[in-house]
Write a protein that binds this ligand. Structure first.
Ligand code: PEP
Ligand code: MG
Length: 890
């Protein structure tokens, strides 16, 4: 067997690495005895060698010669023979399908002499000349790099001259004139004649296909689809069959099931008297397969049989390219077809019913991202719309509403029944009421883990953030789209959180049928039923538990409905907003411990009531309550606003002592880098009584729930711990409080105390930290921020896109765990933590807990659970199931 070239009969479908998807499947079809025009495949190895050295690897030419000879002998014709030419197609085919991204050259072997031979042998002058003009056109653009428009404009002109609307209406003489014209274009553009030597044509075409691996569009496609850049493409050289030999010929593509809906039954397009790309290029109207049945019943019947053979063989939806030459069917390609999320779920479940695959395989075939898209509300796919701006797709869904430029307006308008889109430069905890009230959130600053994005995802609110073209002008109560319209507050916009697009006006929207089904609605929809069935299977096989990040009783209830096994992160900061902000101010400006205690005493019952409700909503399931994390100045007035207010008061000689004291406190607490400042466990250490108050509220809430006959399972979690000493000090405080409540209420409370691991130092000293922790929860948002040194609020809108474009990231590390770096810290934390305490309970509550690819990593490193936004819970359950199947020993 030769090194760089394989006959079709020498391959099979498992050799995609080497032969590309196309070559491997052509080999498979050849071996199945299906009608495949003979040929051979040049391996991806040859391409890689070519790309590394910019020349064909040694021996490749000789190998191609040898295989060409075999092909010529088999067909009884020589490539480009002037009397009876063999013609070949030269096509790309990478391991992973990259539809239309690389190059193809058809009809290689035609020249001024062989075109006459082809005309004579086929008895069809027009067909021969048409094939030649196609070669000149494709070779000119693909191999010689000439602007494709020069050829299509010349073709267009030729049709106009003859007063016809389709290329099929041009006769042989018209086409001969075009051949002359095309040869002139080639001469003019390259300074050389079109190469007449067929072998030289073949060599150049192969080279062009190799090179097309690196075209910008192919590189971009790979980045988006996460296809590695170093695979290279295989090249298939195959005997030409002709769909352009008159009305008994044609080209088509078909699918064994509908790739849009998944419904069973063949589906396809056929174009009589056409070749190659004509079918998908939309230059003439195609026929459905029924149309083919009317034109050529025997070929149609044979195609139906082939479709059923191939689907049976590949055990999946197949996408097939075929040509009919003078009444004979030929297969040019088969691949497992791409499909929509709806079709993916439905086909997988149908194939289980048909006994083709089992439930494990059905689940393994549908990635969680596809389930996720089925859960989002959506804009009607055929609705008309024009995007006026685009930002980051921060939280999926489709939202329509009136623009409100601040939280208060959003709340007021929502209260009177309006749908509202909250549009802000960026959001702060202050905007929470407006965010809750709004249907969707749009910001002009901030990345996918900015406040707006995290909170929106947590609430299942649609959000587009960092739409930089939007400039908000609060004076005129409007926003301007740079280079576009001005949108006044109150006007209606539509926001697509799945694409990041913003539209003017109301685009029609609705709940997805899968969500309605999960909420218990009786929906007669095969897709919803299929999704529910596969999800139940995922639950039965997964090892990882799935909890939710939920801060309110409503979120907790929703999470439970969506299958969460508890709360992995209940952030408590929102419990200090609104009217309670005043109490936080009191706490901060208090002159002494007595003042602080008084403020904390007033906060205690309010917090307790919060926890009672959340614990009730999650009765019987664990609820990890995180002690307050953000810097306290987030709860105080803005420094500039307050300074101006005090200055005005001074000017007017209004003595407001409270404002003066507050200003001093705000100045004292002001930080240049609040994310690296007085936050997390540091607050517990520096502000006596704050964490203790929260712990008391939790313990008393648990005692109240027990008294009410409930089964509360709270856990206390300390944020931003860097050293074992910090945790030890805080743990002592918390244990005392819990013991105190137990004593006073006369009962035993099981309240595990654990910590977040969200600083690199915590991960690498996890063995010590584990001495004081009953559990760890990896806070991968901060861990990513602190490991890369990236501000999670800023970098996504600033330079993440550049990093993606330049291949430094395959995906944003805030979206999918950076396995090499941040992931290594998680691994270390797990190993060290469990080294100290083998029973240490481990989870993750950063945004990565809901990211499908990250979930596989967390499963592999042995975490016990992932925690994510309620709306992502079904996806996490699904992905945890897929991961269990993947990791299962064979
Ligand atoms: C984290 O850092 O991963 C985390 C969950 O905490 P927060 O997002 O609240 O900082
Ligand atoms: Mg954090």
């Amino acid at each position: 067997m030769s090194a760089y070239v394989r006959e079709f009969s020498e391959g099979n479908r498992d050799l995609k690495d080497l032969l590309g998807g196309k070559g491997a499947n052509l080999a498979e079809m050849t071996n199945l005895g299906l009608p495949v025009p003979p040929g051979f495949t040049i391996t991806t190895e040859a391409c890689r060698a070519f790309l590394a050295t910019e020349r064909e690897p040694d021996g490749l030419d000789a190998e191609v010669d040898e295989h060409l000879r075999v092909l010529e002998q088999g067909r009884g014709r020589r490539l480009g023979d002037p009397d009876d030419p063999l013609l070949v197609s030269v096509r790309s085919g990478a391991k992973f399908s990259m539809p239309g991204m690389m190059e193809t050259v058809l009809d290689v072997g035609l020249n001024d002499a062989s075109v006459t031979g082809l005309a004579r042998v086929s008895g069809d002058d027009r067909f021969a000349v048409d094939s030649y003009r196609r070669l000149l056109q494709m070779f000119g653009t693909t191999v010689l790099g000439i602007d494709a428009d020069l050829f299509s404009v010349a073709l267009e002109r030729g049709m106009q001259r003859r007063g016809v609307r389709a290329d099929t209406q041009l006769d042989a003489d018209d086409l001969r004139a075009l051949v002359q014209e095309f040869q002139g274009i080639i001469r003019e553009q390259t300074g050389a004649d079109f190469p007449q030597d067929p072998r030289e044509q073949l060599r150049l075409a192969i080279r062009a296909v190799f090179t097309s691996w690196n075209t910008p569009r192919a590189a971009l496609y790979r980045r988006q689809e996460h296809i590695p850049d170093d695979l290279g493409t295989a090249v298939t050289v195959q005997t030409m069959v002709f769909g352009n030999r008159g009305e008994r010929s044609g080209s088509g593509v078909c699918f064994t099931r509908d790739p849009a809906t998944g419904s069973p039954g063949g589906y396809g397009d056929y174009l009589p008297n056409a070749q190659g790309e004509d079918v998908v290029a939309g230059i003439r109207n195609t026929l459905a397969l029924d149309g083919l049945a009317e034109l050529d019943r025997p070929s149609y019947d044979q195609l139906m049989e082939v479709m059923s053979t191939l689907e049976g063989h590949f055990r999946d939806l197949c996408d097939i390219e075929f040509t009919i030459e003078d009444g004979s069917l030929w297969l040019l390609q088969v691949r497992v077809g791409k499909r929509t999320a709806e079709a993916a779920v439905r086909i997988a479940a149908d194939l289980v019913d048909e006994g083709v695959i089992d439930l494990d395989e059905a689940l393994a075939r549908v990635p969680g991202q596809q389930l996720a898209t089925l859960l989002f509300p959506r804009f009607a796919p055929d609705a008309e719309r024009t995007a006026v701006a685009r930002g980051l797709s921060a939280s999926p869904g489709a939202a329509v509403g009136r623009v409100a430029l601040d939280s208060e307006t959003a709340v007021a308008w929502a209260a009177r029944g309006d749908d509202v889109i909250l549009v802000r430069k960026e959001t702060t905890p202050d905007d929470l009421p407006g965010m809750v009230a709004a249907r969707g959130i749009l910001t002009s600053r901030g990345g996918k883990t900015s406040h707006a994005a995290v909170v929106a995802r947590g609430m299942g609110r649609t959000c587009v953030c960092g739409a930089e073209a939007i400039e908000i002008d609060l004076d005129s109560r409007a926003f301007r789209v740079r280079g576009g319209p001005v949108v006044a507050e109150g006007e209606t916009v539509s926001v697509d959180g799945s694409t990041g697009e913003v539209f003017l006006g109301a685009v029609p929207v609705g709940d997805s049928s899968v969500v309605r089904q999960m909420a218990g609605e009786d929906v007669d929809d095969p897709v919803g039923a299929a999704a529910a069935r596969l999800l139940a299977h995922a639950d039965s096989v997964r090892r990882l538990a799935v909890r939710a990040n939920a801060d309110t009783p409503d979120d907790a209830r929703r999470a439970r409905q969506l299958g969460a096994a508890g709360i992995g992160l209940c952030r408590t900061e929102h419990m200090f907003l609104g009217e309670r902000r005043e109490l936080v101010e009191e706490l901060i400006v208090a002159a002494d411990q007595a003042g602080r205690t008084a403020a904390l005493d007033r906060l205690l019952p309010l917090q307790r009531a919060d926890f009672v409700e959340v614990l009730a909503a999650m009765d019987g399931l664990p609820v990890t309550i995180r002690l307050i994390d953000p810097p306290l100045h987030e709860f105080l007035p803005d420094l500039t606003d307050l300074a101006v207010r005090v200055a005005l008061e001074d000017e007017r000689h209004v003595e407001d002592e409270h404002d003066h004291t507050l200003l001093t406190a705000v100045r004292r607490l002001h930080e240049q880098n609040p994310m690296l400042g007085l936050r997390g466990v540091r607050l517990g250490i520096v502000i006596p009584g704050l964490f203790a108050m929260q712990a008391r509220a939790v313990a008393e809430a648990a005692a109240d729930r027990v008294a009410a006959g409930g089964d509360p399972r709270p856990e206390l979690m300390v944020p931003l711990v860097a050293s074992d000493r910090e945790l030890r000090l805080v743990r002592d405080q918390l244990e005392q409080v819990v013991a105190d409540v137990e004593r006073s209420r006369g009962l035993r409370l099981e309240i595990p105390i654990g910590t977040m691991i969200e600083l690199p130092r915590a991960a690498v000293t996890a063995d010590r930290i584990a001495r004081s922790a009953d559990f760890f929860s990896f806070g991968t948002n901060d861990l990513t921020q602190m490991t890369w040194g990236f501000s999670r609020d800023d970098v996504e809108s600033e330079f993440v896109q550049d990093y993606l474009d330049q291949g430094i990231f395959a995906t944003s590390p805030f979206e999918s765990i950076d396995v090499e770096g941040v992931g290594e810290l998680v691994r270390t934390g797990v190993r060290l933590g469990r080294g100290t305490r083998p029973d240490l309970h481990l989870g993750v509550c950063g945004e990565h807990g809901g990211d499908p690819r990250s979930i596989h990593f967390f499963d592999e490193v042995g975490l016990d659970y992932v925690s994510c936004s309620p709306y992502r819970v079904p996806v996490a359950r699904w992905e945890a199931g897929r991961s269990a199947i993947e990791l299962r020993p064979c």
